[in-house]
Design a protein around this ligand. Sequence first.
Ligand SMILES: [Mn+2]
Length: 327
Amino acid sequence: MPLTHEEFRQVGAVVANWKKPLLLTHERSDGDALGSMIAMRSIFQSLGAKPKAVTFEPPQPGYAFMLQDEPLLVLGRDIRLDDFDDVDGVLILDTCTYGQLSPAADWLRSTRVQKIALDHHVTRDDLADVYIVDEEASAACAIVYDWAVACRQELDSTAVRSLFVGIATDTGWFRFSNCNAHALEIAADLVRRGVSPESVYRHLYETDPVERLRLVGVALNAMEIHCDERLALLPISQEMFRQAGATSDQTEGIVNEPFKIESVQTSVLLADAGDGVIKCSFRSKGAVDVAELAGRFGGGGHRKAAGARISGTLDEVKAKVLAQLAT
Ligand SMILES: [Mn+2]
C-alpha cells in the first residue's frame, strides 16, 4: 500500500536528525538501486548531512553519468565495515533481504543504529526498525519521489535524473506490467523538472562496449528451450565470458531477450563468474511466480523479476533450476 503523506512526514522527521547516515542497496546494483541511492545522497546533502553512500561492487560504467563526479564508496575498496561505526542511521534501499546485502549482513544484524528500509519488493526479512514499503510502487525511486514530495523536499538535477533512471529501468522503459499511471505521472513531472529521456536512454543503452554485444550473441546462441517452448534458459559459462571478452557484470537485460518468442513464459539467465556460485536471474511474463521460485534458492525479488545466487557448477545449477520449473 502507498504510504500517506503523514506517514512519509513522520519518517522524514526521523531521518532529518541523521547527520551521518549510511545508505546501502542490494548487491549487483541496478538502475533503481543506484538511482534511489544517488537521489537520497543528494537529499541528505541538501539537509546538511554527510551521507556515506556505499555499494558492494563498483557500479557498472553505464551508470557513471548519474554520479556527477562524486563516486559512490565501494565496500572493501574505499571504505571498510569498521568505518561504519560512526553512522547515526541506516537507510536500506530497493531490498529487504539480508541475502542481497551479504557483505554487510552481519554488521546490519549486530548494529544498534536505527535502520529504515525503503523498498517495493515482496520478499522481506526482519532487517529494519522502520519500513517504507510500497509493493505497488514501480520502483524504489517512485517511493523516494513520493517521500520527497510529501516532505516538500527540494530535488536537485542529480536527484531528478537519478529518480528518472530508476523508474525507467525498473519498468523496462514504461512497458512492464509494474508500470502504472503513477510511474508515468512521476516521469512526466521529472521531465518537467529538466530530465531529457533521450539523453538518459543514450547514456544507458547506446554506450555499450563491443564485448557486451558479443556477450548477448554468445548467450542467445547457447539458449535452451524447454517445456513446450515455455521456458528459456541462458547458461553463460566462464568460457563464454572469455570468448566474448566480457565480464559477469555485463549480463543485465539479456534475460529479457527470450520473451521475443511468443510462447516463452519464463526466462532464466545463469551466469558462472568462476567463484563457485551461479548468479541466476529469473523473469516471468506469465503465471509463474519467480519471486517464490528464487526464494526456494535463498534469493528474492518480484513476482515477475527475481534473482538468486546458487552454489554449484553451471550444469548442476541448471539441473536444479530445471527440476523446479519443469513440473
Ligand atoms: Mn527496484
